[in-house]
Ligand binder design. Sequence first.
Ligand code: GRF
Length: 215
Amino acid sequence: MAEPLPFAVLISGRGSNMLALAQAVMEGSIAGRIVTVISDRADAAGLDAARRLGIPAEVVASAPGQDRAAHGRALTARIEACGARLVVLAGFMRILDGEFVRHWQGRLLNIHPSLLPAWRGLHTHRRVLEAGERRHGCTVHFVTEELDAGPAVIQGRLEVLPGDDETTLSARVQRLEHIIYPRAVGWFAAGRLTWRDGAAWLDGRPLAQPVIEEA
Ligand code: GRF
């Protein structure tokens, strides 16, 4: 059997997606292991949550006066020192510089709380509600230099319910995130999901559309 894929998870906050990934590793549905959890913020609750599971967790904060590229190089150095071959962004709230993204191209995944290409950027739940959208969800995508614009792999879709507010809507989207992110990372670890010529490929075919998971 192939060696489990070593991967790094980058967080800035609670880390519920990181925990869903850790759970999937423990259950054996991801043929991988989390070699490090890295936060850019020392107060990220996910750091202690990872340590409680025995996963190494560390802070790589940007030093005063350090530019984005230098911080990106510091992150790459730590990730490579841990032997990771995939980088999973899970609520990592810093925009990564082009050098970092190019270095990890094809080995860098993100989850975004909207049905990309709709609603790139921040505060997606609020904007979806304000616009009166009926459909919402989350997308796992390969990261490219353009923010939230890389090839989509899988989307969790749900209906916006009458009476939904940001809290109820984000909770339902997060439940979907915890299903689709482990699935995508599991595909990558199994060699089923790859990056080729700027596109996401699954099982030997380019994905013209993301795989859809309906709530
Ligand atoms: C998620 O909703 C994700 O879509 C967004 O940031 C949030 C992180 O949540 N990128 P958590 O830290 O994984 O709980």
